[in-house]
Ligand binder design. Sequence first.
Ligand SMILES: Nc1nc2c(ncn2[C@@H]2O[C@H](COP(=O)(O)OP(=O)(O)O)[C@@H](O)[C@H]2O)c(=O)[nH]1
Ligand SMILES: [Mg+2]
Length: 447
Amino acid sequence: MEDTICAISTSLGVGAISIVRVTGPETLNIVSEIFSSDIKSSESHTIKYGHIVDSGEVIDEVLLMIMKAPKTYTKEDIVEINCHGGINTTNKILEVLLKHGCRLAEPGEFTKRAYLNGRINLLEAEAVGELIKAKSDSKRKLSLNQIGGNLTKKITGIREILVSLMANIEVNIDYPEYTDNLIITEGLLKEKLAVISRELASLVKGAKYGKIVNNGINVAIVGKPNVGKSSILNHLLDEQKAIVTDIAGTTRDIIEGTISLNGIEVNLIDTAGIHETNDLVESLGVQKSLESIENADVVLLVLDGSRAIDDEDKDLLNKVPKDKTIIFINKSDSLIHQDIDTDLSLVYGNTMEVDGLDKLKDKLIEYFDINSINKDLTYLSNARQTDLVNKASNALQEGLNNLEKGIPIDLIESNLKDCFDYLGQIIGDTYDEAVIDRLFQNFCVGK
Ligand SMILES: Nc1nc2c(ncn2[C@@H]2O[C@H](COP(=O)(O)OP(=O)(O)O)[C@@H](O)[C@H]2O)c(=O)[nH]1
Ligand SMILES: [Mg+2]
């Protein structure tokens, strides 16, 4: 972090203004060398008008935003050069900065410095990266809330309880004669762990919501050939995306499209009809359909309501995972009585008179609790955070189980320590250099 780094922070192209950013210990010296006046003694958080000059040649007319440490994004001196937009001018200014001793910043290096200098924690740093990439309003709010600090407060709160518990246990062991300290009895520990367990459970549940906001929901539309899967896809997308014919085996490959349900992305995956076939291409399609059942968050099993249920339908009813399947009985416009023996969620509808599809959307909203997800949007979200919060929760559960088994309190302390460490990794209190490097590589240069 001794280097003074620079990067173009705006996207490179034709535009009115571009921003070239500089941070590090030599910022004020280097910029003074290439600017029409000395800025070393300029007031912090001021804007200065002038020119960037290289070997006597004026490169551009600019505004400098001068921000001196420590109240800056990186907690180091920062100068942002607001220059004329366009690739040529912006690159030229970058070139002059490099010539005068700056190093080109790596992706995310400004934010990495903000983190390493203690300005933001890892959770907040990740959220900055996500915010820039956010393609939906929900994702934007999720990232912004992560930057906001409520989650951090929750996590540090739990860690504080854990620390005070561990400290008390240590004191009880090391100084049994000190009776004015809080004595951690089995009952008291159980009580405290139950509180932490509830807090962790809410974080774990939130992480599931966060994953939905970030990745959306994958719905695999499966069923026998000709039941109307592709017609349903087309109607939900409001677009003729998949070919629909009355010839069985029309859809052979996966066809996908995305809709938004109350701000949550729903990826619809139309698949080849599942049945016995000797056609090589079709059978490869069937293989893909079976895989999509496994990978889906929810399976939409389509049955043809104008025909009686046959053995192939029954076979499929057995094949689909009970915990994530909704049945859509299609062709309700020519419905015959069907005797379906199932506990699964059922929706009747058809694509001819277009009926039941709104009910289907409501089922998805209900199934994924989408209305609750949208209320708060303060969740852990990415795979790293989710993995760590699950590990923290498991460690605490182990502590509770050990307590149940009558294992001495001082041994349970190691479960508490594990829980404390995993939570620490989420906010980057303890960190692994390789993880940090990988994490910031996904950022934009100049952020
Ligand atoms: N009567 C009726 N026919 C439908 C309905 N939905 C689809 N079909 C017809 O069923 C046939 C197969 O439809 P398609 O969407 O290609 O089914 P897929 O093989 O499951 O993808 C086509 O001739 C459609 O016009 C419906 O709701 N009612
Ligand atoms: Mg089809």
